[in-house]
Ligand binder design. Sequence first.
Ligand code: C6P
Length: 415
Amino acid sequence: MLDVGRIRQDFPILSRQVHGKPLIYLDNAATTQKPNQVIDALTHYYRHFNANIHRGIHQLSEEGTEAYENTRARVARFINAYGTEEIIFTRNTTESINLLAYTLGRQRVERGDEIVLTQMEHHSNLVPWQILAQEKGATLKFIRVDDEGELVREDFDLIGPRTKIVSIVHMSNVLGTINPVTELAQRAHAAGAVMIVDGAQSAPHMPIDVRALDCDFFAFSAHKMLGPTGVGVLWGRRAMLESMPPFMGGGEMISLVGEQTSTWKELPWKFEAGTPNIADVIAFDAALDYLEGMGMGAVREHEIAMAQAAMERLGALDGLVIYGPKDPQRRGAAIAFNYGELHPHDVGTVLDRHGIAVRAGHHCAQPLMRRLGQVATVRASFYIYNTLEEIDALVEGLRETERFFSAEAAGARTK
Ligand code: C6P
């Protein structure tokens, strides 16, 4: 079990007030807060060994290079990669997936080929494939979402001889659904296709073992797991990364440069053109250290308990509809809902007046919103520092929102 009281002391932002109320931060699927350990690692870098890496022969540059590469090694261990050379640093999940669309995608996909996605993809795992499909004359196929928020199993048969790429979200940022990635990877491989996993919402919340998932690529973002913004990870199988062309050209990624042609550095640097986000990558190490200190199994247990309590307590409100699987073991702790006729943006605005931060909108998943028959939803998403009392405050905030708008409507009728 997590010692949430102890954990909260590490997060300075949690003691601030919003509109005169203590902050209740329930927008963790968008980005998480940062502990002192991460904030200190950032300032320590700038105070003590700021230098460009991989090029200098001076002490500062060597220390920076070592720290940067240490993070890479920790990321490799964190997801059970086969080796550090398989870890590419990008800006975020979005860039990791674009890297694949522009390199692997351009290399493998031809006219008439198919790319299989799901109806619950974030735009980051949809739009890059649309751009590729339009350029190549390929087709996108979608595994549907059923009324429980799970993938429709019979649609797994969409993965067939014309499929070149299967790219699927591991944990939905709206429904919370955890998808059967290993099974889909086996299907993809049987069809000769490549399996890509969008792990933006799973890597922060559950143990990840890319070998067990049996996928070929796995993408995620540091800022959703206590780390700084501006750091993403792309893990890929070494042989595939080696056979792919570079994404961007420039300094750092070359071996020999002639006037007409150049050769590339070995992995992983072939995919890291230009000065990387040194400080934030180094501070990401502190975030992973923090998560490993608690254990990702314990993080997952805490979130199952939070999801269960949130669904029970929110579900008791008359007219409140929760989207996604009911079984907390089948889902993460991002809970999207609508409350009667109240508009999600109105709910979000009133909750904010109570110091409660939630997200309201389409959550960058417009095709999924259409599947749900909604324009938008409210979403409360929990992390390691959230408490059961905060769920109660959310429920109370929702009751007050309902009272506020009922009174307004009654006032309008008597005018
Ligand atoms: N979802 C949310 O509030 P970036 O922005 O590149 O770090 O992550 C993109 C991304 C990709 N896939 C999934 C499943 C995601 O949830 C996200 C980010 C945030 O739901 C911001 S839109």
